[in-house]
Design a protein around this ligand. Structure first.
Ligand code: MRU
Length: 369
């Protein structure tokens, strides 16, 4: 096993615990200092893990929701289909209240729920088996999807490649291994480049720190440097300096929900990066698995944006509170990048260009939930 595969193996976001009696996740809230896996077997523990970002990133939240539904359904003690289906509905409804923005959560829960509804003629024990298999299928599909996104992204990198010159790539938040089944979305082009034999220093990935929860500093910079990719970390407000100095040739970001018109919600600060990229003439790509394209949401204005605890801004990373008690704090977890700022949306079926709704439809992409 090479260095990158060994790392992937170590940080696999979601897997089964022993005998499939729990869901086993790497607790991302402790990274990079502590690599600790935890096993969860109650709905409350799983809800808390999603809410507190122990497991996070849109595709990983979807995988977690699917594993959780299978696990919790397996604990239901009845052979009566009606009782089983009702209890499953309560489980999926509860899990769906954990976070509002990433559409993958609702997509995965709906997919598990649909399987239950389509299986009413089967014994409950068989439905339970099917739910385990469906969760594993969602994870396997996500890994395949990331590879497709990565190959398209890699072809964009190849077009930029000049002999003996590194390609400067900027990314925001963590749309990497830790946010998905394996390769990430925004990081998949870099992992594919390594597979195609590029050395780790052919690319230079500049990771935005990503205030307030530091997913760029704690997660992206960690995973890319572990994979041997040249990595530099900067605070979010330093990106324009890098762009002005000509150090960035391309931007890859992930997304939590893409509306039908191509407006894309992603971690707070992504829109700022897109505006800067436009100003400096740098191509800005959103990497989107089909499970994140929500055709039922017409524009970005319809995407629910999660507001989070002010404590994440005022004192979470400091020894003491860094702002006076009486100061109001604004802490939206996501922003929406207008489709006009997006050069292209890299999907698992290929590269979509504006008008995005037509491109999504032509490629048969997107969820109507
Ligand atoms: O709040 P988080 O850490 O779950 O936010 C994650 C992001 O915004 C990612 O960029 C997005 O989910 C895409 S992950 C492939």
């Amino acid at each position: 096993m090479n260095q990158v595969e060994a790392f992937f193996d170590q940080v696999i976001t979601v897997k089964w615990g022993p005998d499939k009696k729990s869901v086993d996740i790497i607790d991302q809230s402790l990274l990079p200092g502590t690599l600790k896996r935890i096993q969860l077997d109650t709905a409350e523990e799983i809800w808390e893990a999603i809410k507190k970002l122990r497991v996070r990133g849109a595709p990983a939240i979807g995988i977690m929701a699917a594993f959780a539904t299978a696990l919790l359904a397996s604990q239901i003690d009845t052979e009566d289909y009606g009782t089983f289906a009702q209890e499953c509905r309560e489980i999926t409804s509860y899990l769906s209240s954990s976070r509002p923005t990433a559409v993958n959560l609702f997509w995965a829960l709906n997919r598990m729920q649909k399987l239950i509804e389509d299986s009413q003629d089967l014994p409950v024990a068989d439905i339970k088996d099917k739910l385990f298999a469906e969760a594993e299928a969602i994870q396997a599909e996500d890994i395949a999807i990331s590879r497709h996104i990565g190959e398209t992204g890699f072809s964009l990198l190849s077009e930029l490649k000049e002999d003996n010159k590194e390609i400067g790539i900027l990314t925001h938040c963590n749309a990497g291994t830790l946010a998905t089944g394996k390769y990430g979305t925004a990081t998949a082009p870099m992992y594919m480049a390594l597979e195609h034999g590029w050395p780790g220093d052919a690319m230079h990935v500049y990771c935005d720190e990503t205030r307030p929860l530091l997913q760029g500093a704690r997660l992206t910079a960690f995973e890319l440097s572990q994979a041997g990719i040249k990595t530099t970390l900067q605070c979010d407000n330093m990106a324009s300096v890098l762009m002005a100095q000509g150090k960035i040739q391309i931007v890859f970001v992930g997304c939590d929900r893409v509306a039908r018109n191509g407006d894309a919600a992603n971690k707070i600060g992504t829109n700022t990066v897109a505006i800067l990229a436009k100003h400096y003439g740098i191509p800005f790509y959103v990497c989107a698995p089909s499970s994140t394209i929500d055709m039922a949401t017409h524009t970005g204005a319809d995407i629910p944006i999660e507001m989070r605890d002010p404590h994440e801004v005022s004192d979470m990373w400091y020894k003491e509170r860094m702002t006076a008690e009486e100061v109001n704090i604004f802490n939206p977890a996501f922003d929406v990048t207008d489709h006009s700022l997006i050069t292209g949306i890299i999907t698992d079926r290929g590269l979509c260009k504006a008008p995005f709704d037509e491109a999504f439809t032509a490629m048969g992409l997107g969820l109507s939930q």
